[in-house]
Design a binder for this molecule. Structure first.
Ligand SMILES: Cc1ncc(COP(=O)(O)O)c(C=O)c1O
Length: 366
């Protein structure tokens, strides 16, 4: 009981009387669920990290594995691959590991460059990883989002030309938090993959009840899916991600590395394996994120700010009606947000932290 009270207090629910009844249903919440927080520490709402830390099982596994860090992970890497493959209903040879999904994104860009030509992505989407594209002699084609900030799949299909080697779809999309309708996405993939690789980034899929597209890779060599342990699993600093693709496509991607899978440390590998077994933690993070996201959106709407419905752990909203200097307000309150993504409409993104984080964020805006 005491543990439960501590935990509610730490996530901010102990101090206010909101009707967050979902929290009551959590089985045995422990204070290990979240890391200690101090009132004057910066509120980190910039990088869509999980504010509750790695899962308790992952923390225990990491501590234990520190002692065997003198050894390479020859035994552990295949074990993690098997667990990931099972989770995604594919075979072990459909998976390759990376130090975060960023490593896989880098590899896919190199793989695309090896074919020469152009690649297509939405404007506005997650694009940091494409920074080296000019050095790699690739051309980038940007397709505007729809008015409701979704991928414009018909326009992306039209944008494909004879030089197109890859089309990137971030689903759910960062920074807008929107998601593609599965049927529309599958039919887009069926068409687009006849001409180029369709690369689907599912970094935030665990924050939805949507099914991954992993099943499509069994038959189709022209789909690459990436996933990460950085978001839902709370392992951003541990750096574990992976690609799911047809076995021959995985082989191709692996040719770009001297030793596939080796960039993930044994400590991080053990953490990822333990996290996959910590259903209780995943469920808590899912429900908590939903509740705190709802609180945040409700509050932003009360401030007369337009928000895009979000299928992720962040919210995209417009500062057009905001009268104060948003970035100064954040700075004055020691809160780290992110930039303006679209000048037209002054759209920015905020990560969903703990309830306490979001209360500080909303108070800072008022
Ligand atoms: C859409 C998307 N893909 C991939 C990544 C990379 O994450 P990581 O390298 O930590 O797996 C991020 C990180 O923010 C992201 O937002």
């Amino acid at each position: 009981m005491n543990n439960r009270r501590n935990w509610l207090k730490q996530i901010g629910l102990g101090t206010i009387g909101l009707g967050f009844c979902q929290f009551e249903t959590f089985a045995n919440p422990t204070k290990e669920f979240i890391l200690p927080d101090f009132d004057d520490s910066p509120v980190l709402l910039r990088s869509n990290e999980n504010p509750y830390g790695p899962s308790p099982l992952a923390r225990a596994a990491m501590t234990k594995t520190v002692n065997t860090s003198n050894r390479y992970g020859w035994k552990l890497w295949p074990e993690l691959i098997t667990l990931i493959a099972k989770k995604n209903n594919v075979a072990d040879n459909n998976i390759t590991l990376g130090a975060g999904s960023t490593e896989i994104l880098d590899l896919v860009l190199q793989y695309t460059a090896s074919k020469k030509g152009n690649f297509i992505m939405a404007e506005t989407t997650f694009d940091y990883w494409t920074a080296p594209y000019e050095k790699l002699r690739l051309k980038k084609i940007m397709v505007p989002l729809t008015k409701d900030k979704k991928h414009d799949l018909p326009a992306m299909l039209k944008a494909i030309d004879s030089e197109t080697k890859m089309i990137y779809i971030c689903n759910p999309n960062n920074p807008t938090g929107t998601i593609c309708n599965r049927e529309e996405l599958v039919s887009f993939i069926n068409e687009a993959s006849k001409k180029a690789i369709v690369f689907v980034d599912e970094a935030y899929i665990d924050f939805t009840k949507e099914q991954s597209l992993s099943d499509l890779v069994i038959e189709n060599k022209n789909i690459i899916i990436t996933k990460t342990f950085s978001k839902m699993y709370g392992l951003a600093g541990a750096r574990v991600g992976y690609a799911i693709a047809h076995s021959s496509t995985i082989d191709e991607i692996n040719t770009l590395k001297s030793t596939p899978n080796m960039s993930v440390s044994v400590v991080s590998t053990a953490a990822a394996m333990a996290s996959l077994n910590d259903e209780d933690f995943i469920q808590k993070v899912y429900v908590t994120n939903q509740e705190v996201k709802k609180y945040t959106i409700d509050q932003l709407i009360q401030l007369n700010l337009t928000c895009i419905p979000s299928y992720s752990n962040f919210v995209y909203f417009s500062l057009e009606n905001y009268k104060k200097d948003y970035f100064k307000q954040l700075e004055d309150h020691n809160i780290q947000g992110t930039r303006i993504y679209e000048e037209n409409g002054k759209w920015t993104r905020i990560t969903i932290g703990t309830l306490k984080d979001m209360q500080r964020f909303i108070a800072a805006l008022k």
